[in-house]
Design a protein around this ligand. Structure first.
Ligand code: HEC
Ligand code: HEC
Ligand code: HEC
Ligand code: HEC
Length: 420
């Protein structure tokens, strides 16, 4: 009995200690968003910045020492194709696994339709919110979310666009923000505004509603090194494509220690998020999205094997270049059935005479001869009569874009691949 009591006392003391430690655990607000379909960097060059697989690692690292309130500015998707819906779902799944506290509803995601929005709600436990629409619609959105001494609201500067897509009535920016500030006052917490709108709007709102503790706005530029303040309101943006995550500490109701963390390779991919990403790739394959690529009418291609018999030397040089193994590079990373990748790693995916599969069109797999020289069937038949046009630099930059090939230099790159 005594022993039991003694143990009980010890446990009591221990749990009180743990309890008091928990009380003093700091809170870190993590802000991410505007993924626009960028779940994971493509890997065409290195180092590349961003990705939800790294964001997950950052969040888990912070969780070791503090409570984390993860906020997302939304814009999970960049377009409205089937693959965009799949990416939206994967992004929502990862945010859900990270126990995201709030995701702002933006026109980008609303455009994908109610099914996609319901899927975000299912994956995140209903954390997609907005104060910018009112009334009942097929999908339910909370207007605000209160957690860890914060009340978070989502406001759009394009409420009409939002309302049209979610079948509700629009709330003006002022009414929606007013609602947030009032809700925060009632729950004695600090109001945080996720704003679907630019910096100038954020500044104007901060002046109009000085009680706001934090406004997260949207911007195509990278985040600022130091957070801007208007009165006592902090103004920040995570930038675009999920390249950065912002961290802000919350202690005794005060925000501080703003930092814009670049999601560079020092953050390894989180295992669980990677599983979700691989499941997404399997689904892209299973649904045959590569076979459903949109194609335009085009002249027939000859295929690189047919050039080889007359251009042995050029073919040999090509075979030693990376262009001849571009599809293999995708196979190595498990993305050879992803049309968003394949389009630049083969010849003519967007043309009805272009690449279909290695089996059906072996001469158009990889960046083959006609990727640069154009359709050459007639030339192959009558080489003296039908001349091919000179290769233009524009051909290269169709694929060597700023994102995929940031080190592209016309002089050095050209010198590397010309067959001399
Ligand atoms: C807009 C065209 C384009 C798209 C889309 C594209 N790539 Fe690439 N990829 C390139 C180019 C160009 C290079 C060569 C870059 C360089 O060397 O400057 C490359 C290189 C690569 C490499 C080789 C990197 C190395 O270190 O050797 C891999 C792997 C790769 N891409 C994977 C992908 C994946 C995965 C996707 C889809 C998520 C993708 N690519 C989408 C154009 C593209
Ligand atoms: C990445 C683009 C690219 C690919 C792929 C490519 N070439 Fe070329 N090719 C060039 C460029 C650039 C030149 C130089 C043209 C110039 O300077 O105007 C060239 C020149 C040539 C010439 C002219 C003669 C010479 O040797 O300079 C022939 C023939 C030729 N290529 C055949 C081929 C064949 C056959 C293949 C496939 C096995 C191929 N090329 C693949 C870009 C490419
Ligand atoms: C039957 C042989 C033959 C085939 C097949 C052939 N070529 Fe040629 N190609 C030639 C000859 C010969 C010339 C040189 C023409 C001249 O100098 O008048 C030439 C020239 C070229 C040139 C230089 C520009 C020009 O038109 O003179 C390029 C580029 C080229 N070929 C690319 C290709 C590509 C790409 C293929 C495959 C799709 C291909 N050729 C297939 C025989 C062939
Ligand atoms: C159809 C898309 C496409 C076109 C057109 C294209 N490239 Fe590429 N290029 C790629 C891809 C994809 C890779 C990377 C392949 C890999 O590593 O798997 C690449 C790689 C390269 C490399 C690295 C090659 C090596 O062997 O190290 C050079 C250099 C290059 N491209 C130059 C050019 C130039 C110059 C042109 C225009 C004359 C051009 N490319 C046209 C897609 C393209």
């Amino acid at each position: 009995m005594k022993l039991a009591l003694g143990l009980f006392g010890l446990f009591g003391a221990l749990s009180a200690l743990i309890g008091s430690l928990q009380v003093h655990r700091a809170t870190t607000i993590v802000i991410s968003g505007d993924y626009l379909g960028h779940v994971q960097p493509c890997g065409c060059t290195s180092p590349q910045r961003g990705g939800l697989l790294r964001l997950a690692t950052l969040v888990h690292r912070l969780e070791a020492t503090s409570d984390v309130v993860l906020l997302s500015t939304g814009a999970l998707s960049g377009d409205i194709k089937r693959q965009d819906a799949l990416k939206l779902e994967t992004t929502a799944q990862i945010l859900g696994a990270l126990k995201v506290a709030a995701v702002n509803l933006t026109p980008e995601d609303a455009k994908l339709g109610l099914g996609a929005l319901q899927s975000i709600q299912n994956q995140t436990g209903g954390k997609l919110l907005t104060s910018s629409v009112q009334g009942n619609g097929p999908v339910t959105f909370a207007q605000t979310e209160t957690t860890d001494g914060l009340t978070i609201g989502g406001v759009s500067t394009q409420p009409d666009l939002l309302a049209r897509n979610v079948l509700r009535q629009a709330n003006s920016v002022e009414a929606a923000t007013e609602f947030l500030v009032t809700s925060a006052k009632e729950s004695e917490s600090s109001p945080v505004l996720l704003l679907d709108g630019p910096k100038e709007r954020a500044e104007a709102i901060a002046k109009q509603f000085p009680k706001l503790a934090l406004i997260v706005y949207r911007s195509a530029s990278d985040p600022e090194t130091d957070a801007e303040t208007v009165g006592s309101t902090l103004l920040v943006t995570p930038g675009q494509e999920g390249k950065f995550a912002l961290t802000i500490t919350l202690e005794d109701g005060k925000l501080g220690n703003y930092s814009a963390v670049p999601l560079d390779p020092e953050f390894p991919n989180d295992a669980q998020a990677s599983r979700y990403f691989r499941a997404y790739l399997s689904e892209v394959d299973r649904e045959g999205l590569l076979d459903k690529a949109v194609r335009q009418a085009s002249k027939a291609f000859a295929g690189s094997q047919s050039c080889a018999k007359c251009h042995a030397a050029d073919t040999k040089i090509w075979q030693h270049s990376k262009h001849s193994v571009a599809l293999q590079s995708l196979e190595k990373v498990g993305e050879a059935r992803d049309p968003e990748c394949v389009k630049c790693h083969v010849t003519g995916l967007n043309l009805n005479t272009g690449f279909r599969s290695i089996k059906a069109t072996p001469g158009l797999a990889n960046v083959s001869c006609e990727s640069c020289h154009g359709n050459a069937v007639l030339h192959s038949l009558q080489p003296k009569k039908v001349k091919l046009p000179k290769v233009q630099l524009k051909m290269c930059t169709n694929c060597h874009t700023a994102d995929q090939s940031p080190k592209f230099n016309p002089l050095t790159y050209w010198a590397k691949i010309q067959h001399k």
